[in-house]
Design a protein around this ligand. Structure first.
Ligand SMILES: *Cc1c(COP(=O)(O)O)cnc(C)c1O
Length: 382
């Protein structure tokens, strides 16, 4: 006889926060099914292909039998050395490729796993709000407690450091979803605070190369190498989101502990992809300059267009995100929903990144400029 089974799903899954984009996703599906031509500025995934010299490097490496076996857990030495050279060339930071760098299957993988290396049940983790959702989810999966750190527009989306420390603090500049950037001076204050409170700092630098104006973004490790680790990704810099490759670097004990988590849950990234990543890091970076030009033009088209229509847009100097304030008495979800229904333009309600995102919709500059201009025209007709 069959017995009714009680819900087998673990609390950590059942208690995940509700997926705030479910309604928007349904609306999108409905509009597409009705034949609408949606302009999707919702997703932070580059629309442009990976540069050809990187694809060629993968093609060549994929044919080598040496790449077909289990990779080294911590990543190929050649990849870690290329990452070390990048850190030195770009930020002037010297790292030991053997002890202070570990390869990741995309930086999201390392971001999600870091709490398993550092956080005991009940430990607190400070997560920016609004912020990349993985900081909070990874914390909860490890049994940790999320303490939101509010990013306010009037403070440039730079948080106030609380008087009480935590096990871990996440920072992310250039920032998703606000596009805010941070100064080395802010990092100095964070490092000092971390030393005083005994907090480990984890910096997510996924957008380090995606800048249009001003100084190139600094690394937290320039001033906080003794208290922090940093996550780097090839995804946005080289249009490689589908490839899944990045690295964590910094404090040897923390990098080592993250590596120990990984030796127990995965077996590293395909070595052909690591070799292609070396080609990306060490090759001609003209493709990166080109990528910056492309996003700057798109940014100008969207920001100038929306400003002319009277919208309050925050013009970014980095990342490929643009925050637009909702009209008065209109919530983040209502505004996104109205844009979708009436203009067939998809933006992301920023409240999906935390309560601190209420009042904004996030547009990603991941469509060709003609489509962005068309989106502005449609919004003008509202
Ligand atoms: C895109 C993104 C990443 C990069 O993720 P990968 O796993 O390396 O593709 C990391 N952090 C933030 C905030 C991002 O937006």
């Amino acid at each position: 006889m069959l017995r009714a089974m009680s819900d087998p799903i673990a609390r950590r899954i059942r208690e995940l926060p509700p997926y705030l984009f479910a309604d928007i996703d349904r609306q999108k599906q409905r509009a597409r099914a009705a034949g609408a031509d949606l302009i999707d500025l919702g997703i932070g995934d580059p629309d442009l292909p990976t540069p050809p010299h990187i694809v060629s490097a993968l093609r060549e490496a994929a044919g080598k039998a040496a790449c077909h076996r289990y990779p080294a857990y911590q990543g190929m030495r050649s990849f870690r050395q290329a990452a070390a050279r990048f850190m030195e060339m770009r930020f002037g930071i010297r790292l030991d490729a053997d002890r202070e760098i570990v390869a990741l299957i995309g930086s999201k993988e390392g971001i999600a796993h870091l709490p398993l290396a550092l956080v005991d049940p009940g430990d607190e983790v400070l997560c920016p709000d609004p912020g990349y959702p993985v900081y909070a989810t990874g914390t909860r999966f490890a049994g940790g407690v999320v303490r939101p750190l509010l990013l306010r527009r009037d403070a440039g989306f730079i948080p106030e450091l609380p008087s009480r420390g935590a096990k871990l603090l996440w920072i992310n500049y250039p920032n998703n979803p606000t596009a805010a950037t941070a100064t080395l001076d802010f990092y100095r204050r964070v490092a000092q605070w971390a030393r005083a409170t005994g907090t480990v700092v984890a910096s997510d630098l996924a957008y380090s190369e995606m800048v249009f104006e001003g100084d190139p973004p600094p690394s937290f490790l320039q001033v906080g190498g003794d208290v922090g680790v940093e996550f780097h990704s090839l995804s946005k810099t080289f249009n490689m989101t589908g490839w899944r490759i990045g690295w964590a670097c910094g404090r040897a004990d923390v990098v080592g502990a993250l590596g120990r988590v990984k030796t127990n849950v995965d077996s590293g990234q395909f070595e052909a992809i690591q070799q292609a990543a070396v080609a990306a890091l060490e090759g001609d970076h003209a493709c990166v300059a080109e990528m910056r030009r492309t996003y700057r033009e798109r940014r100008d088209a969207l920001c100038d267009g929306l400003s002319r229509l009277g919208y309050d847009v925050i013009r970014p100097s980095a990342t490929f995100y643009v925050l637009c304030a909702c009209p008065p008495a209109c919530s983040s979800i209502e505004f996104a929903s109205r844009l979708l229904e009436r203009a067939h333009v998809v933006g992301t309600p920023a409240v999906g990144f935390g309560a601190g995102g209420e009042g904004f919709v996030r547009f990603a500059l991941t469509q060709p400029i003609e489509r962005i201009r068309q989106a502005v025209e449609r919004i003008a007709a509202l």
